[in-house]
Write a protein that binds this ligand. Structure first.
Ligand SMILES: *Cc1c(COP(=O)(O)O)cnc(C)c1O
Length: 434
């Protein structure tokens, strides 16, 4: 395992940890903590690997923006030619605010509201990824009421095991997502019979943090089987969308590089005579995860011998589960590094936040030489960090900085406490609009 897993733009200059050549401790001092810092160059390199491998093919990379939906991140990908995979009307509003092209948006999600469908029709999204026959009927009604036809792809559950954490595995039977493979042809017939719908594609998304190529090839085969059956029934399918889910290196995982994955999928597509089809991808984590770090300051050290806590040493930092929930939610392992290495004997620490939950930990049993006031970096924090953050314990959400061409740009201000309860009403307050 390398000292700095996964983060291509992260390096040490002597004792000093740098992202894109910028010392992280200095950024933490300048912008305060907790602070997310992203390398735009790392994001562009990640999407470039997909795009290069797809060159000469009809394709669209739709960044799954729930991984990190900050406007400057979206702007970065929009300018790189990406579309977006969205899961709510709110995400669509963000795409538009960031200058993204709605004609390159695919709308996923297992429970879309009619109002969100109307909003997406109005904006002119490229495709609705529909997950049930009931949703087909609702979308049909929405489209007819607007005197339009909604472009649809059916999200099929290919029933393949992505070999990942149960909470982020989505392509197996018994999971809420998608239309069962066995029901898919009937669902396509139904879709084709509805005058408000236009069948344009097929999609799947089998899970997240996938570290093997095989599940993707299995899923593609299952999709192509259906494409052949559906087209034999007289319903043309234009594009094949293989979803997202490619993993990143948090510690010692070795997922395939995006270009290797793409090349193998293209080879399978060609081998089965489907090379002419447009191929869509919906990567989230693999475009942003390793491009970001979360910086946090050490507040207090509680060595176990001091207070009878069973010998555990606690390093209490100013970031918490509300800033980065992955360890608490999935027991995810994230590498933690001192921003400046100390020339001292390290000890073993549980790195925890100040939130009043025992689940509020960021890393357990980490060997670190630390003192209060030191800055730590939680690596691979660019995906599912800020977007899953909350205000639990009335903690303002962190600020975000993006490194762009050697410059540190503030892309999100630290939240102000007053804004956290600005929409709340005291019991004796007049009702809004009264
Ligand atoms: C979450 C999600 C993605 C992206 O997953 P990653 O693991 O971040 O690549 C893509 N498509 C759909 C439908 C999703 O729900």
């Amino acid at each position: 395992m390398s000292a700095l897993p996964g983060a291509p733009n992260l390096a040490r200059a002597g004792a000093v940890l740098q992202l894109d050549g910028q010392p992280l401790a200095a950024l933490a001092q300048a912008f305060g903590t907790p602070l997310f810092v992203y390398s735009q160059a790392a994001m562009l390199a990640a999407v470039g690997a997909y795009q290069r491998a797809l060159q000469g093919r009809r394709h669209l990379v739709c960044y799954a923006m729930k991984a990190n939906s900050s406007l400057a991140v979206l702007q970065t990908f929009a300018r790189a030619g990406c579309g977006f995979d969205i899961v709510s009307g709110g995400e669509l509003a963000r795409v538009l605010a960031a200058g993204g092209d709605p004609a390159r948006v695919v709308f996923s999600g297992v429970g879309k509201r009619p109002a969100e469908m109307r909003q997406a029709m109005q904006a002119g999204v490229r495709c609705f990824n529909v997950e049930s026959t009931a949703e087909l009927d609702t979308l049909n009604a929405v489209a007819l009421a607007m005197d339009r036809r909604a472009p649809v792809s059916l999200r099929v559950n290919p029933d393949v095991d992505a070999g990942t954490h149960p909470y982020i595995s989505t392509g197996l039977k018994g999971n809420k997502f998608g239309i069962a493979h066995a029901q898919a042809v009937a669902a396509y017939r139904h879709a084709a019979s509805l005058p408000g719908l236009q069948v344009v594609g097929i999609d799947c998304h089998i899970g997240s943090q996938i570290t093997q190529v095989a599940p993707y090839l299995d899923a593609l085969d299952r999709l192509l089987d259906l494409v052949e059956q559906v087209e034999a029934a007289g319903i043309p399918i234009h594009h094949v969308d293989v979803g997202g889910g490619l993993g990143i290196t948090y510690s010692d995982e070795s997922p395939p590089a995006a270009d290797v994955l793409v090349a193998q999928l293209l080879q399978r597509l060609d081998a089965r005579g489907h090379g002419h089809r447009e191929l869509l991808f919906e990567p989230g984590r693999s475009l942003v995860g390793n491009a970001g770090v979360l910086l946090t300051e050490v507040l207090v050290l509680k060595p176990g011998a001091d207070d009878g806590s069973g010998g555990k040493n606690f390093c209490i930092v100013d970031a918490a589960m509300n800033d980065m929930v992955r360890p608490a939610m999935y027991e995810a392992w994230m590498q933690i590094e001192a921003c400046v290495l100390r020339d001292a004997v390290p000890a073993t620490w549980d790195v925890v936040g100040p939130v009043c939950e025992s689940g509020d930990w960021l890393g357990r049993e980490r060997v670190l030489a630390v003192q209060p006031g030191d800055m730590l970096a939680i690596l691979s924090a660019g995906a599912y960090g800020m977007t899953m953050s909350s205000n639990y314990n009335t903690r303002p959400r962190a600020a975000e900085v993006m490194l762009v061409d050697g410059q540190a740009r503030l892309i999100r201000q630290r939240e102000a406490v007053a804004s956290l309860f600005a929409g709340e009403l005291l019991l004796d307050a007049p009702e809004p609009g009264a």
